[in-house]
Design a protein around this ligand. Structure first.
Ligand code: IPM
Ligand code: MN
Length: 370
């Protein structure tokens, strides 16, 4: 068994960010102790918290601390306190800034229904089936990073946002999607709006050309409106969905509802393989839940297991933790967002404690060492 030593930059951020990242840190610390790894956590200010303490959402020291880490774990950013600030200075600018600065052009959002939670999905079990797919969202281009402009005042005002893609930007993210599909069900669905948009026309041409390098992967194309419908109607048809930044943002929130709650979905953002990847739950900062210990820690904990697998190659450790998550859910532990009507509702910290206890019980069953 190889023991590893890694530095993890921790960006708790705002709202429920600090409490959910703290849950993930507890789990990772248990993991290090059980398997003899060393994880050094380096906590850095980010988002609204950094605006308050340093005057900007992405301080240079935070960026430098992330660059020199082996991986980054982010909680969430934003909240009403900073909503009145101009667009480019809000907590969200910190998130877009870190994506851009670290060259994080791939965003992976796995959509998996945990067996114990089938009943809380809004979709009937026969439609949901064993739905398990991945959304690969382009993260560094599109309308997010073009010029945003508002001109004029009152009824004379006008606004524009520019969407741009180069073939190279499309190809590098599509390549990642095809590689994921090769290791899964060998099916890529590319989502665009090629009946209207020039960027989508280029997107479709580029993905189609790249598909020739992957003859064993089936490729189909859906317009984004149809894709939104298909995700609800027949989610089982999907293996890997690849799409642009804006469409991926919208479709991943929709798809997360299939799993029962956006609070359950982790994500990976990465660029070049030799650069640190960033892991974050896709739920937001949920300011109304903050500090009350009612938010689900699962998105953050599953982001940590995604980190163990994807950045550190620790598959057994990730599996061990995910099994403990499923056992805790099978025993009926539920935070409010995933509780069936009438079910007992646990605090976030109670769910975390139960997962940790399940982890220890598996170790004990295996004879004291993993
Ligand atoms: C996400 C979020 C961000 C995005 C916001 C907070 C800028 O919604 O990560 O999905 O739109 O990318
Ligand atoms: Mn989003």
């Amino acid at each position: 068994m190889t023991q590893i030593k890694k530095t993890i930059a921790l960006l708790p951020g705002d709202g429920i960010g600090p409490e959910v990242t703290s849950a993930a840190v507890q789990i990772l610390t248990d993991c290090a102790a059980a398997f003899g790894h060393q994880f050094e956590f380096r906590e850095l200010p980010f988002g609204g918290a950094a605006i308050d303490s340093c005057g900007e959402p992405l301080p240079a020291a935070t960026l430098a601390g992330c660059r020199s880490a082996d991986a980054i774990l982010l909680g969430a950013i934003g909240g009403p306190k900073w909503e009145a600030l101009p667009l480019g200075t809000r907590p969200e600018a910190g998130l877009l800034g870190i994506r851009q600065e670290l060259g994080l052009y791939i965003n992976l959002r796995p959509i998996r229904v945990r067996p114990a939670l089938i009943a809380i999905s809004p979709l009937r079990p026969d439609r949901l089936a064993d739905c398990d797919f991945e959304i690969v969202r382009e993260l560094a281009g599109d309308i997010y990073f073009g010029k945003h402009e508002i001109k004029g005042q009152g009824s004379a005002a006008s606004a524009s946002d520019i969407a741009t893609y180069s073939a190279a930007e499309v190809e590098r993210v599509a390549r990642y999607a095809f590689d994921r599909a090769m290791a899964r069900g060998r099916h890529v669905t590319s989502v665009d709006k090629a009946n209207v948009l020039a960027t989508s026309t280029l997107w479709r041409q580029t993905v189609t050309a790249l598909a020739r390098e992957y003859p064993s992967v089936a490729l189909d194309h859906l317009y984004v409106d149809n894709a939104a419908m298909q995700i609800m109607l027949r989610p089982k048809q999907f293996d890997v969905i690849v799409t642009s930044n804006l469409f991926g943002d919208i479709l991943s929130d929709e798809a997360s509802a299939l799993a029962g709650s956006i609070g359950l979905i982790p994500s990976l953002s990465r660029g070049r393989v030799d650069q640190p990847a960033l892991y974050e739950p896709i739920h937001g900062s949920a300011p109304t839940l903050a500090g009350k210990d009612i938010a689900s820690p699962l998105g953050a904990i599953l982001s940590a297991t995604l980190m163990l697998r994807e950045s550190f190659g620790l598959n057994a450790e990730a599996h061990w933790i995910e099994t403990a998550v499923d056992r805790a859910l099978e025993r009926g532990y539920r935070t409010a967002d995933i509780a069936e009507p009438g079910a007992k509702v646990s605090r976030g910290s109670e769910l975390t404690a139960q997962i940790r206890s399940e982890m220890q019980q598996t170790l004990a069953r295996q004879g004291g060492s993993a």
